[in-house]
Design a protein around this ligand. Sequence first.
Ligand code: GUN
Length: 289
Amino acid sequence: MTRLIDGKAMAANLRASAARAVSGLGFKPGLAVVLVGEDPASAVYVRNKGKATIEAGLNSFEHKLPEDVSETKLLSLIELLNNDNTVDGILVQLPLPAHINAERVLNAINPDKDVDGFHPTNVGRLWTGAPTLAPCTPTGCMRMIRSVVQKIAGKEAIIVGRSNIVGKPMAAMLLAESATVSITHSQTIDLRERCRTADILIAAVGRPEMIRGDWIKPSAVVIDVGINRVSKEDGKSRLVGDVAFEEAVGRVQAITPVPGGVGPMTIACLIENAVRAACIRRAHPIPEM
Ligand code: GUN
């Protein structure tokens, strides 16, 4: 019997726990989200983030800038948010338009307000094992892995995908828990055989159903980070992961569904990071969440 890892329920619990923590703080953490342009998927994410932020009792500051905003203007806004004492966390929604240097923008965020954990200072802290704000998606994945794997130490973890947002930080987190970690990607030779060795398989390539059921061993725990919209024969569309779910379910030990798996956990971990950032910046003990 395959265990379904219910990200939606886990996320609801984490958000409720964060809300309880916030109500006991004596101050209201503030999270600023910056959206540039009109990308529909990004707009949905930002709306959901704003809703979850308010529901958890935080202040939500949304800054929507036009697609053609200059990099200088965006950097000025970041500077303003860095210096605003009511703002504890800053998130710039990616991707940014091509005329903006995303690296320059992310590097401009005060690392102590960097709730995405993308600033090089925080990347360095994560890889050296120092306390840090860590990227939300892999943080959520770790929580889901821990919910089904008793002992991560020594396990073979295969990550498919090498992004700065998921693949690389995921590797740092699994390594910190003493898994044996490999990052594979589109140019990996014999990817299928690599995947077959995984006790923990993280799929984060962004290719619909690329990882087939027979690429996964029965004892494996599968975390599917992919959110791909594909069209159906009736002209409508549906969301699928990077793993062929129907082939894997019934075959593997545990798997996250898409939708309802990793996605909701990312937002819950963002709220947790915002609360953590607020507590650290205000020298308040970090509550259990
Ligand atoms: N775009 C896709 N995922 C993310 C994320 O985790 N953070 C930000 N800022 N943008 C994203």
